[in-house]
Design a protein around this ligand. Structure first.
Ligand SMILES: [Mn+2]
Length: 406
């Protein structure tokens, strides 16, 4: 059976209900962008659908929580869907965790070009071109936190190109075994293609990074299928603002002036490389030496950050330096662990967690809006325990100059 070429857009995880977060101070000039970025990025997804002349759009869930957005969310999406309706572009929407089909306000009917996959069963839609079926779309909306059940997705007997849409994850081998050509998946905010053949399995990511853990460019995916059923994906950036996590290493020979000069250079280079989009940058200075001690104890970190912030304004793209973290690569002297004093007691207790990776840290109660959203967003355990050791040692009277940092 010959394949009609296909051209469609995959997008998801708009999270219109979530402004940007994870920043202690938001300057006045950036407030509007923090609130508006999710909407601007989502609008660019629909711009891309129109500009690329796609045949249809597949949405893979977590577009909005209509209670949290208030009326603005459904009004915005309906306007965007209507833009596609005017161009006869159908939309196939698989709901995720925050947007099950029942959450959509009944008083606000969806335009007729929007096809929503039900919850708890697999729905099937045929995309027809000039009256001829060109693709088959099967999908479901997510049931709570449950994983995808690949066994319920069936390949097409007649061999029509089949796209499955769902939100969540499943064993790759189980997805591959279904005889489906393309899995359009949502629920991961970073773009990923866990498998390319025989079926392509693709997470398009979120159109907008939401917090310091979601670094780099975000967008949506243009999918093209040729007559030989070869699938090609291309990335379309849509983010209104972009997060960066920049690390610099210092050592015994680094002076405060060297550090400032290097940070300035890095900032200039980033603004040149990422032209056209505003930047939010978290800086990490790692290593050892006197400058690291000054950053931790004295005003230096504050001064450096203020300097970076004043450099980042003015010309577009603007760059706001969110924070400056200091991460010593310190090896504490072994004898400190043996001492009969508070520092020794503290380090011995902490070591229990360091040598027993199964001992829980119990950080779950600190997760949530405004900070890390999930365990995956936390720094790794070893790093956190290392920082806890250094902080404890400093508070208990030892200084960074006392130990050898490499
Ligand atoms: Mn999500």
């Amino acid at each position: 059976m010959s394949q009609q070429p296909l051209r469609f857009l995959q997008a998801g995880d708009f999270h219109l209900e979530r402004p940007l977060s994870g920043v202690e101070e938001v300057p006045d000039a950036w407030r509007e962008l923090f609130l508006e970025a999710p909407y601007r990025a989502a609008a660019r997804v629909f711009d891309a659908a129109v500009m690329e002349g796609v045949q249809f759009v597949v949405l893979t869930g977590d577009l909005l929580d209509p209670v949290l957005t208030g009326p603005r969310g459904p009004v915005f999406l309906t306007e965007q869907f209507s833009r596609l309706a005017e161009r006869e572009i159908p939309v196939y929407w698989s709901g995720g965790t925050v947007d099950p089909p029942e959450a959509w306000p009944v008083a606000w009917p969806l335009p007729g070009n929007v096809h929503v996959f039900s919850r708890g069963r697999i729905d099937e839609f045929l995309y027809q071109r000039d009256g001829v079926p060109a693709a088959r779309l099967i999908g479901t909306s997510r049931h709570g936190e449950s994983p995808i059940r690949p066994g319920e997705f069936l390949a097409d007997g007649s061999g029509l190109f089949t796209i499955a849409a769902a939100h969540g994850s499943a064993e790759l081998s189980a997805l591959q075994a279904r005889g489906i050509n393309f899995w359009a998946l949502g629920g991961r905010h970073e773009r990923q293609t866990p498998a390319a053949a025989p079926a392509m399995i693709h997470y398009c990511g979120s159109p907008q990074g939401r917090h310091p853990g979601e670094t780099g460019v975000h967008g949506c995916t243009l999918v093209e299928v040729d007559e030989q059923r070869q699938v090609r994906t291309s990335f379309i950036p849509t983010d209104a603002v972009r997060w960066f996590d920049e690390c610099l290493a210092v050592d015994k020979s680094t002076t405060a002036d060297d550090l400032q000069a290097r940070l300035r250079q890095r900032l200039t280079a980033l603004r040149q490389a990422e032209s056209g989009v505003d930047l939010l940058i978290c800086w990490t200075v790692s290593g050892g030496g006197p400058v690291l001690g000054e950053l931790r104890r004295d005003r230096l970190a504050r001064d450096v950050l203020e300097q970076l912030r004043s450099e980042g304004g003015g010309a577009r793209p603007a760059a706001w330096s969110v924070a400056l973290r200091v991460r010593p690569n310190a090896v504490l002297p072994a004898k400190w662990y043996e001492e009969e004093n508070l520092r020794g007691d503290f380090l011995r207790i902490l070591r229990e967690w360091q040598v027993n990776p199964e001992m829980p840290l119990g950080l779950e109660t600190y997760l949530g809006p405004g900070g890390p959203e999930s365990r995956d967003d936390l720094p790794d355990r070893e790093q956190m325990l290392c920082e806890a050791a250094i902080l404890g040692v400093e508070l208990l009277g030892g200084g960074v100059e006392d130990y050898d940092s490499e």
